[in-house]
Design a protein around this ligand. Structure first.
Ligand code: NDP
Length: 251
């Protein structure tokens, strides 16, 4: 339970699988009620909810289907959270997609698809939650960026731009909301074992691994523990930061 003994509520986009699922679990263990947001994979979202309730029988876990790039969907999402829990204390913008191609071959549609989910989606969610958090005079926003948002990556101009954009978004929100007891930080993972990286070729995986000083792939739990800290009351004097969780890859 948190310091103030409030039943806090956390919204995690892309909570059905991978890093998002690990974040939900970590936040459940800390005593937060959960809104687990998914795009289409209801089965996985329900599994996450069951795991969260197993991890902490005291909390409630709601699954909500929502395309984060759709304004109406996002409005409905936060309406549901408020009607169920009466508040939203934590927003983790974790939903993300890739659609890799070299710049010369990338279509505008491929560029837009990735920007719409990763950056526009996070913007819409932040805008909706900000109204709630400002009234509460409490909030924690954590945006999941990426090492490639800091360093760039060949074949990922759309994805890198979306993740770099998230850092600018985070720092600006941090400045706007600093006096309201609402913090905004970004976590930038390196190479983490999930469905997203499973799709990479063996050669690409080996090349990436070779660049990691720790010589190992990170786990979703590695990221989740960093997010959990930034989502907790213990991080109250930290805002506008980018925390790399990358085995030293970007240092
Ligand atoms: P996964 O591909 O395993 O999971 C993606 C999640 O996002 C799923 O829960 C999916 O829902 C959800 N999602 C996708 N599109 C939308 C949408 N439009 N609206 C709502 N939810 C959506 O990804 P990871 O767990 O690997 O990645 C999580 C985050 O971490 C992403 O932002 C990613 O960019 C970032 N990241 C990942 C790294 C890695 O190495 N894996 C490295 C750096 C950053 P559903 O299950 O319903 O499809």
């Amino acid at each position: 339970m948190n310091n103030e003994n409030i039943n806090r509520c956390a919204v995690v986009t892309g909570g059905s699988r991978g890093i998002g699922r690990a974040i939900c679990l970590e936040l459940a263990k800390m005593g937060n009620n959960l809104c687990i947001v998914y795009a289409g994979n209801e089965k996985a979202a329900l599994e996450t909810a069951d795991l969260c309730k197993e991890a902490n029988a005291e909390i409630k876990a709601l699954t909500i289907r929502c395309d984060v790039s759709n304004e109406e969907d996002v409005k409905n999402l936060f309406d549901k959270c408020i009607s169920e829990f009466g508040r939203v204390d934590i927003l983790v913008n974790n939903a993300g997609v890739t659609c890799d191609n070299l710049l010369a071959r990338m279509t505008v549609e491929e560029f837009d698809r990735v920007i719409n989910t990763n950056l526009r989606g996070a913007f819409i969610c932040c805008q909706n939650v900000t109204r709630i958090m400002m009234k509460q005079r409490y909030g924690r926003i954590v945006n999941i960026s990426s090492i490639v948002g800091v360093h760039g990556n060949a074949g990922q101009v759309n994805y890198s731009a979306s993740k770099a954009g998230l850092i600018g978004l985070t720092k600006s929100i941090a400045k706007e909301l600093a006096t309201r007891n609402v913090t905004a930080n970004a976590v930038a993972p390196g190479f983490i074992a999930t469905d997203m990286t499973q799709a990479m070729s063996d050669a690409a995986k080996e090349a990436t691994l070779a660049q990691i000083p720790m010589k190992k792939v990170g786990s979703p739990e590695d990221v989740a523990k960093a997010v959990a800290f930034l989502a907790s009351e213990d991080s109250s004097y930290i805002t506008g930061q980018v925390l790399m969780v990358d085995g030293g890859m970007g240092c």
